[in-house]
Design a binder for this molecule. Sequence first.
Ligand SMILES: [Zn+2]
Length: 317
Amino acid sequence: MAYYLGIDLGGTNIAVGVVDENYQIIGRGKNKTKVPCSSEEMCEQLAVTAFAALEDAGISIDDIPWVGIGTPGTVDRDNGVVEFSNNLYFNNFQLKQMLQERMKKNVIVENDANAAAYGEFKAGALKGAKNGLAITLGTGVGSGIIIDGKIYAGTNHCAGEMGHTVIVFNGRHCSCGRNGCWERYSAATGLIISTKEAMMANPDKEQPIWKLVDGDIEKVSGRTAFDAMRAGDPIGKQVVDEYIAYLGCGLANCVNTLQPDILCIGGGICNEGETLLAPLREYVDKEQYGGAKIRTKICKAQLGNDAGIIGAALLGI
Ligand SMILES: [Zn+2]
């Protein structure tokens, strides 16, 4: 039996899994990420959590061929240096070299969204695709591109930032410096902004959407507009319709750029299921260029939060 170890380094948690040859997670380790910290302290946190996962799986470091890790930021996979990560305060962090010395094992480093896309490609919704795209709707819009079965990182390792393509010229300001980025409208945070804007424009608190949050706009979540729509609220329906149009516009841009076999969508909003996916498919199908016979399949991601762990574990395959 072959085993692999994958680390998903996030701004909040370090999550580690031991994956078997059927790509099932058979042991886990998890700790809160303590940042900011020195490079040595970061490697120590990662190693301690990784060894805990090995112990949980009942195997040793000698039973795995390498350690794979997905991290936020710009990663040069060849030398394993995290060139820059604003939320983990990394600047030219020699992650591969340092973690190798600490764990006495070969380490493979990849950007976290790319690792998650690779997980879906090896073991989830993108399985069997030649070209695939994984989109995650969270705080931002994360994306990872698979071309000919390999992660596409671009010449400078910054490729696949579909969330920072503009869909509204001179629109909402984005932390990347541009205005009108796709993620400012289609991430969970974007949906929350749109919901609040629509409620402020319709301030009568007797309306269902206001009742859902007990009249307190700070209680608005990514579910509020969908729940309001289901309760027959026209404001909720309007916000959802607009949200689907923003999301569909960005997805159609992705499809027309890459024409992948499969495009999978993950993140909490996907729990809306076909309420979200059916109108999205209709939107993208109308805007997919060229009348191609082979249409991009749009589906829900399958691995949830484990995509990053599984993808990281399998980076060497
Ligand atoms: Zn942006």
